[in-house]
Design a protein around this ligand. Structure first.
Ligand code: ADP
Ligand code: MG
Length: 709
């Protein structure tokens, strides 16, 4: 073992000398000292194969070991470097065997606590030894302590203070900070010999720091660096590299979009007369925004390259009808359309709407959900295979192997944030039988700011429906503590007596269908006892589909006054006469989910109300969330707030983790850079495509797994 390691480091030293003339992106990380096959494999897991990659692995945060505060001055919660002399070391047996070691520096004392320790540690930590320790201070049973601090021994008179801030890198199993820091120090030495080419410098004004200088500073910030800005991630050098990474990421999405443009798709056209007939039988006029988006969709469908369009629009803006139009066009062109939805309830509702709109034109609509009995599913599968089913609306069941389309021309994904990228991929592949790629229409009610959409969704064309159908009344929202529940029960009674309907949404217990459903049944019993004069229904995820359907049908038909439901009604459900919604434990739901739920009311001509019940006391962030809900009904504002409070990963859904894998930049923290990101990446793509390519490769090696979806 030892021998092979030595042989390895010899050869890597030789190749290091040879490699120094190559650009760093071409120099393998394996040419660094101490990188054998095992370490190389662990680096790969961090996306690092070249030295250039290693330099792009930027610190997530910093530790300050440039000062040694007196022990008497430190406080719980701080991460600090201290020095002291061991006063006492002993092994105690409480619940588990623990090594305790007390050090003091004349101003105070601190206990080091080790649950795991070697015999050597035990033998070396003896009275009189001088230690330097770094760790988080906490309040233990006998005063201040550090659990498993990093520590080293000091000779008399030594001071182990660092003249730079200590970077903390994203680490992976078996590859820890010390190791990474050592490798990066070597990588920085290589950087001295062959600096990275700065592709952005010609486009940036002079007050932006240079690329190589930024790399050097961020991997080892000097003591006099502007710590305040560095620690919150807003130092100019951090901005510089965030800008570079965001540009690289956007460029790579733009490239993906371009590559897809050369794939062949079947052009789908319907003649204007038929479209006119279809439009006239809808029963309403399209809004201006719907009209505009529809025109974009129809244009895209007629092209010989596949559509990749994202339609964004707040809850209730009328996205379904756009989807129905597109499906109608596909059917008219003798292609099948698949509509993917996240819940059975939504599938059933879409099937009803699509049938009402499409069947008068002899377009057949089938439904495929997981709860279909085997025989029925078999029949639907057959219709899909023969093409007898022209439009297929379904849940995850659509991805199954057994589902084979005759000629899939269009894939529509509703509520796309609920799906993973790989699920869309599975469905897209079903259309490739004839080497033609299906058109793709993706719909989301999560409105995100434009510059963010243009960055995170740079590979898609975006349409926005920024107008609600006429006559909608804004929903008035109030947040009240659940101690006022009795008065709310009376309000619901009066509301329903007046002929309108209401939802009462049960608390979300956890991500468990069973517990949520039990909570719903409990609430249903309580409300039925308290409100004997009302007709009350129940809807939760564990009910038989037939019962769910019956409950929903009865509520829609007005045969029920009050619907007690879990958050299964979050997406899509549409009952205009329901004008009051009560949401239990609202403080536990995210903004996007509250906004979706609230979107179930305010769909008719009557004014609507939403009551957010919460259990006091509220945390700061919960108070902020409920405040946002009270103050705005604008989905874009809600989404902006959600971004600030929760971060883009949550807001963008799986897509964020599937496609745009940012290592360093952050779409919220760096939101102010986005306009510049868009401008510069467009310029670069047009004026310097080779550099654009190189930039993408620098930041993006091997990350675009799902990029083509
Ligand atoms: P979402 O965008 O949330 O999916 P839906 O498509 O469910 O919204 O539409 C909400 C309701 O508005 C439905 O009842 C739908 O029929 C209705 N609707 C859609 N477009 C219009 C319009 N232009 N005028 C009137 N009502 C409309
Ligand atoms: Mg919808």
């Amino acid at each position: 073992m030892k021998q092979s390691l030595r042989a390895n480091s010899n050869s890597s030293r030789r190749s290091a000398a040879a490699a120094t003339r190559e650009p760093l992106t071409e120099q393998s990380a394996a040419t660094l000292k101490g990188v054998g096959p095992r370490v190389a494999e662990r680096l790969e897991r961090l996306g690092v194969s070249s030295i250039g990659d290693l330099l792009c692995l930027l610190p997530l945060r910093y530790e300050d070991r440039t000062q040694i505060p007196p022990i008497g001055s430190i406080a719980p919660g701080q991460k600090v470097l201290v020095q002291g002399v061991v006063e006492l070391a002993e092994i105690v047996f409480r619940r588990r065997r623990t090594l305790l070691c007390r050090i003091a520096d004349g101003t105070g004392s601190l206990t080091l606590r080790f649950f795991h320790f070697s015999r050597a540690q035990q033998q070396n930590l003896v009275r009189g030894a001088r230690l330097s320790c770094f760790g988080e201070v906490r309040l233990g049973p006998t005063g201040l302590e550090m659990v498993h601090p990093e520590y080293s021994f000091l000779a008399a008179g030594d001071v182990a203070v660092s003249d730079r801030l200590t970077p903390v890198y994203p680490s992976t199993e078996g590859l820890y900070q010390q190791r990474l820091r050592g490798l990066i120090v070597q990588a920085l030495q290589r950087l001295e010999q062959s600096p990275l080419e700065d592709y952005l410098a010609p486009m940036l004004p002079g007050d932006w720091p240079d690329l190589n200088e930024s790399m050097r500073l961020l991997h080892g910030p000097p003591q006099d660096v502007d710590k305040d800005s560095l620690l919150v991630g807003r130092h100019p050098c951090q901005q510089r590299l965030a800008l570079e990474e965001l540009i690289a990421q956007r460029l790579s999405l733009l490239q993906v979009g371009r590559e897809r443009e050369v794939e062949p798709a079947e052009p789908l056209r319907a003649d204007a007369t038929r479209l006119g007939h279809f439009r006239r039988q809808l029963g309403f006029e399209l809004t201006g925004a719907q009209d505009r988006v529809l025109a974009e969709v129809i244009d895209d469908l007629a092209a010989t390259q596949p559509m990749h369009r994202l339609v964004q629009g707040d809850v209730g803006c009328g996205k379904t009808v756009i989807a129905a139009f597109a499906a109608f066009v596909a059917a008219a062109a003798d292609r099948q359309a698949a509509v993917m939805v996240p819940t059975e309830l939504l599938a059933e509702q879409h099937v009803k709407n699509f049938r009402a709109w499409l069947e008068p034109f002899d377009v057949s609509v089938a439904c495929l959900t997981g709860s279909l009995p085997a025989a029925a599913r078999h029949r639907v599968n057959e219709k899909i295979q023969t093409g007898a089913a022209q439009v297929v609306i379904g849940t995850h069941a659509l991805f199954q192997q057994s589902v084979q389309f005759r000629a899939l021309g269009l894939v529509i994904v509703d509520e796309q944030h609920r799906f993973g990228v790989h699920q869309r991929l599975a469905l897209m592949l079903k259309g490739q039988a004839e080497r033609k790629v299906p058109h793709q229409l993706v719909m989301t009610a999560t409105p995100i700011p434009r510059t963010l959409a243009m960055t995170a969704y740079a590979d898609l064309d975006c349409s926005i429906i920024d107008e609600l159908p006429p006559g909608r009344q804004p929903v008035t929202t109030a947040a009240i503590p659940d101690t006022r529940r009795p008065e709310l029960v009376q309000r619901v009674e009066a509301h329903c007596r007046s002929g309108q309907q209401a939802y009462w949404v049960c608390p979300l217990i956890e991500e468990s269908d069973v517990l949520d459903s039990q909570a719903a049944e409990q609430l249903y019993k309580e409300l039925s006892a308290a409100l004997p004069s009302l007709r009350i229904g129940l809807l939760h995820g564990r009910m038989r589909p037939a019962d769910k359907d019956e409950g929903m049908r009865a509520f829609k038909a007005g045969d029920l006054d009050l619907l007690v439901a879990t958050t299964v009604i979050e997406v899509g459900v549409d009952v205009p006469n329901a004008t009051l919604m009560i949401i239990e434990s609202a403080e536990r739901l995210g903004l996007a989910q509250l906004h979706q739920l609230r979107g179930r009311v305010g769909r008719g001509r009557e004014a609507s109300n939403c009551v957010l019940l919460y259990k006091p006391p509220l945390s700061q962030i919960a108070r902020e969330r409920l405040g946002v809900m009270r103050d705005t009904t604008d989905g874009f504002k809600v989404a902006q707030k959600d971004l600030e409070l929760r971060g883009p990963g949550e807001v963008l859904g799986t897509r964020q983790t599937g496609l745009m894998q940012l290592r360093f930049a952050d779409l919220v923290r760096n939101a102010d850079l986005l306009p510049m990101v868009i401008e510069l990446s467009d310029t670069m793509l047009a004026a310097a495509p080779a550099q654009a390519n190189a930039l993408v490769r620098r930041w993006n090696s091997g990350q675009m797994r799902y990029a083509k979806v």
